[in-house]
Structure formats: structure tokens, C-alpha cells
Design a protein around this ligand. Structure first.
Ligand code: SAH
Ligand code: SF4
Ligand code: F3S
Length: 486
């Protein structure tokens, strides 16, 4: 018998992408193989996101298309995983009876068993359907595993299942205990649960033993790490422990909450040379009234003071943010305070989201009174400011040499390779005549020659890998001088 083939699509945040890797490793252990495309798959899984209505709409529409396919391929298993599964549970099958499987993140530990059960049940249903030549609409297996189950953290990670040879995500905590009024994540992901330091270090060691050199730690409020484990267990302690893993060269962590940017963490970031030079510290709004309404737990001033403290100790850190525009009751003047904050902090990257009411959240009870066109206008204003800042920051980098971890061929231009700097900036450079695929996963120096809004373009200098340690920024100067000497 041929092995069943799966096709898995991830929506949403990095945590979902990592969950998808864990789900894949479970399925492979059970003998499933990846399908080359969705059309040839026996099992189609969507790992979904609920954070905004738009994210859910995309999934509903894809599910609608899969219903049509099930008419001719009744054995096909259609599975909904992730945050929508956790949020809607049985309602998903009530709305779309052709769905065979609904599995929330709290039940990923048994995902292989659930998928196999749905597949078996579907084979029976398809057989029955053919036997009776029924023309009735197809009902799926309708198995629901959400709300409670065996959590994904019980999965012993197969480190070989990951998209990049040199880069990996590591989950350090799940869930979120924050009271942000607009957010569905605490509902879909449950309470904060941190993993013990030893377990995380062990996983990092295995990943680094398999070629990983850059790790990004994941948590919804990653800098609140450890508060459920007891006093003294903090993100800074974890960073210091991971810093000792010899093959590791870059260590990043997302997403930080402003309330937990402690002195202790600032000290670790300042002192540890392997820690990536960017911090994702979403502010959401620049208006004190809106911040209070959102229950973010800080004021504009307090946020700015924290940022100042960080930059005083670690001046080369770049800041990234998220903003929500059009929160209920946000006036044009309050919005301008977000715009002015963006200009003041000069983030090197911002995600701007139009407020989307999520059923069951506190904010959903408020009138969503900022008109759609006005939300769109505010969104565009923010993006224009951010682009201007990016342009300026990028232009200032022309002539410098950046250490780039090469990720692969540029998706938009096959003549170029692409990678990221320690500040998380995208850099493209020309492929060598031999194709340069041996450069993938290596750290190479690139001299920046052209600035685009969202990326940089440069020329590769010679290799540093053998003789240089992790990003010592002074080295670039020396290297530059060496290379440019006649
Ligand atoms: N845990 C992270 C990210 C949460 S979701 C954090 O707290 O920063 C990612 C982003 O989506 C949030 O930062 C917020 O900007 C945005 N977001 C969350 N809920 C939203 C909603 N209901 N409408 C619009 N944007 C939302
Ligand atoms: Fe949502 Fe707030 Fe938790 Fe972030 S900190 S996941 S925005 S509740
Ligand atoms: Fe979306 Fe769930 Fe992540 S709601 S943002 S996939 S935690």
C-alpha cells in the first residue's frame, strides 16, 4: 500500500509555523509523506489563525473550495488545525459538514492518531457513498479534538523537520495571560506555560548539532518567560544558558511585552554578543487613553522610558513594533499620537493592523465606530511614515559591510542570493557564477551598495566564517579595509 500523503498550510504567527513542523514530524513518524502539491494529497490540513477576521475569512474560503473537491474525491481528509479549531470547535463542522477533523493546539500531541482516525473513517464513508451511489451532500468524519487534549509540548521534536538548515524556531512558552481587550490569543492558546530551561537547552543543542546556527525563541510574551516556573527563572537566565551552546551564533526572541522589559533582560541583551540586534516590542498605540482602554498596562511615557533604558545600554539595538489603528473610540487626534510615536522611536519595522472585533473579547462589546475607510487611511499614513524611516535608515547603510546569514536564492530574482543581517534586515547580492548554493547557511560579508525600502542590495566580499566569531561589529571595519586595499 502506498503511504498516505499530506499537505499542510500554515496561517498566522511564527508559533503556528513551528506547530506545523511539530505536526509534520508526528505524521512522518506514523508513515505519512509530504505531497508534492495539494491536488495529490490524501490529507489537506490548514493550520489556522483567528487574530483578525480577515485571517479567518481566508480559511473559510479555502474550505469552501475543498468542499467542491470532496465531491469527486470523497476519501480526501480535510482538517482544520490551530487557533480557529480551538476557538470554534464543533461550530466549524456545523457550518461546513465536509470538514473531517478539527484539532486545536491543545490537542496536537495526538495529532497523528486523530488524522489516521479521520482517514479510516473517511475511507469507510467514501466506500458507503460509492456503494449507495448517494447524491446527498458529503458529510466528513467530523472528529473534533480541541479545548482539552495532549498538548504539542509533549512531542519530542524531530529536529530534521525544519524549513531552513541553519535557522530554527524554538517555543519557550505557550499561551498568554495578558488582558489585552482586543485579543483572541488568550482564548485560543490558553494560559501561559513555560518550558524548563534544561529542556530548551537540550533542544537547542540537538538543533545546533544538526547544523542550526540561528535560533529564534518564541512566546506570545516571550520576556515573561518563566514566571510560572518560580522566582529567578527568567528570559535573561535562559538567554545566558543558551549562549553557552558553542555552535550557536545568533539568538533572537519574539515577541516581547513592554511591561516585562526588565533591567535584567536589558543587561543580558547588552552583554551577550550572540543576541540578535533587534527587539520586537509592540506598542499598539501612542495614545494614553487608547492604551488604557486596551488594558496594555503602560503609558506612552513609560514605554519610551523603557526604550531609552534599553538603548542606553545597547545602542545598536533596532526596535520593531505592532500598531492597531481604529480601535473603538480612537479619535483622529489619538491616532496622530501613534503616528508621532512611530516617528519618535523610529522603528526599523512596524506591522500596522486595522482593528478587527473578535467575538468573545472585551473590546467586541464596544461599538466598532471607526469607519472602514478611516481605518484604511490611518493604516496607509502609518505605513508611509514607516517606509520613510526605512528608506532613511537603509540609505545610511550604503557603504557599510554587513554580516549576512545566507538563506537561499532570492524568491523574486533568481540571479541573487538573499539573507539577513543581525538586525534582521534583508540583504540581496549577486550569485556567483557557480550558482553559489554552497553559500547557503553561511555567514558572509556583504558591502551595501543600494538601499530599497524593505531590503538592501550589495556585493559579497570574501568569507569571514573561518576566522571570525559572532558579529563583532568592529571587525567589519577591519575587513572592509582589508578587502578594499589594492
Ligand atoms: N503576543 C504578541 C502578538 C499578538 S498577535 C504581542 O502581544 O505582541 C499580533 C498582533 O496582532 C498584535 O500585536 C496586535 O497588533 C494585532 N492584533 C491582535 N488582535 C487584533 C485585533 N483584534 N485587531 C487587529 N489587530 C490585532
Ligand atoms: Fe494578545 Fe496581548 Fe497576549 Fe499579545 S500580550 S497575545 S496582544 S493578549
Ligand atoms: Fe493567530 Fe493563533 Fe498566532 S490567533 S497570531 S495563529 S496564536
Amino acid at each position: 500500500m502506498t503511504a498516505p500523503k499530506y499537505h499542510l498550510t500554515s496561517y498566522g504567527c511564527q508559533m503556528n509555523k513551528l506547530d506545523s513542523e511539530l505536526v509534520e514530524s508526528k505524521l512522518r513518524q506514523r508513515g505519512y509523506v509530504p505531497a508534492p502539491d495539494e491536488q495529490s494529497a490524501d490529507v489537506v490540513l490548514l493550520n489556522t489563525c483567528s487574530v483578525r477576521q480577515h485571517a479567518e475569512d481566508r480559511v473559510w474560503s479555502r474550505l469552501g473550495k475543498l468542499r467542491i473537491r470532496k465531491r469527486t474525491q470523497p476519501h480526501l481528509v480535510v482538517g482544520v488545525l490551530g487557533c480557529m479549531a480551538e476557538e470554534h470547535q464543533r461550530f466549524m463542522v456545523a457550518r461546513m459538514p465536509h470538514i473531517d477533523l478539527v484539532v486545536g493546539p491543545s490537542a496536537f500531541g495526538d495529532i497523528d492518531i486523530s488524522v489516521e482516525a479521520a482517514r479510516q473513517k473517511n475511507l469507510e464513508l467514501a466506500h458507503e457513498h460509492a456503494r449507495t451511489a448517494s447524491r446527498s451532500p458529503l458529510h466528513g468524519a467530523g472528529l473534533v479534538a480541541a479545548g482539552i487534549g495532549v498538548s504539542g509540548d509533549t512531542i519530542v521534536r524531530d529536529v530534521s523537520v525544519r524549513p531552513h538548515k541553519s535557522q530554527a524556531f524554538v517555543s519557550v512558552m505557550r499561551g498568554c495571560n495578558m488582558p489585552c481587550t482586543y485579543c483572541i490569543v488568550p482564548t485560543t492558546r490558553g494560559d501561559e506555560v513555560s518550558r524548563p530551561i534544561a529542556q530548551i537547552v537540550e533542544e537547542a543543542e540537538r538543533l545546533c548539532g544538526d547544523g542550526v546556527t540561528e535560533i529564534t525563541l518564541l512566546g506570545q510574551t516571550v520576556n515573561a518567560y518563566g514566571r510560572d516556573l518560580g522566582p529567578g527563572i527568567t528570559l535573561s537566565k535562559l538567554l545566558r544558558a543558551l549562549h553557552e551552546v558553542p555552535a550557536l551564533r545568533r539568538l533572537a526572541f519574539i515577541t516581547s511585552h513592554p511591561n516585562f522589559l526588565s533591567e535584567d533582560l536589558i543587561a543580558a541583551v547588552a552583554e551577550l554578543p550572540k543576541v540578535a540586534r533587534y527587539l520586537h516590542l509592540p506598542v499598539q498605540s501612542g495614545s494614553d487613553r487608547v492604551l488604557k482602554a486596551m488594558r496594555r498596562g503602560y503609558t506612552r511615557d513609560r514605554y519610551l522610558r523603557r526604550v531609552e533604558q534599553l538603548l542606553a545600554r545597547a545602542p545598536d539595538m533596532e526596535l520593531h513594533s505592532d500598531f492597531i489603528v481604529g480601535y473603538p473610540g480612537e479619535t483622529a487626534a489619538e491616532f496622530e499620537e501613534s503616528a508621532s510615536l512611530l516617528r519618535q522611536v523610529r522603528y526599523s519595522q512596524s506591522y500596522v493592523f486595522q482593528y478587527s472585533p473578535r467575538p468573545g473579547t472585551l473590546a467586541a462589546a464596544l461599538v466598532d465606530d471607526v469607519p472602514r475607510a478611516e481605518k484604511e487611511r490611518r493604516n496607509q499614513v502609518m505605513l508611509a511614515i514607516q517606509d520613510e524611516i526605512c528608506d532613511e535608515k537603509h540609505r545610511a547603510l550604503i557603504g557599510t559591510t554587513q554580516e549576512v546569514l545566507v538563506e537561499g536564492v532570492s524568491p523574486k530574482d533568481s540571479k541573487r542570493l538573499t539573507g539577513r543581517t543581525v538586525h534582521h534586515r534583508i540583504v540581496h547580492f549577486e550569485r556567483p557564477t557557480d550558482g553559489g548554493l554552497d553559500l547557503v547557511s553561511r555567514y558572509v560579508p556583504v558591502r551595501i551598495e543600494q538601499a530599497m525600502t524593505h531590503s538592501l542590495i550589495g556585493t559579497r566580499l570574501r568569507e569571514t566564517e573561518a576566522e571570525h566569531g559572532p558579529h563583532d561589529r568592529d571587525e567589519h571595519v577591519v575587513l572592509e579595509a582589508k578587502v578594499s586595499a589594492p
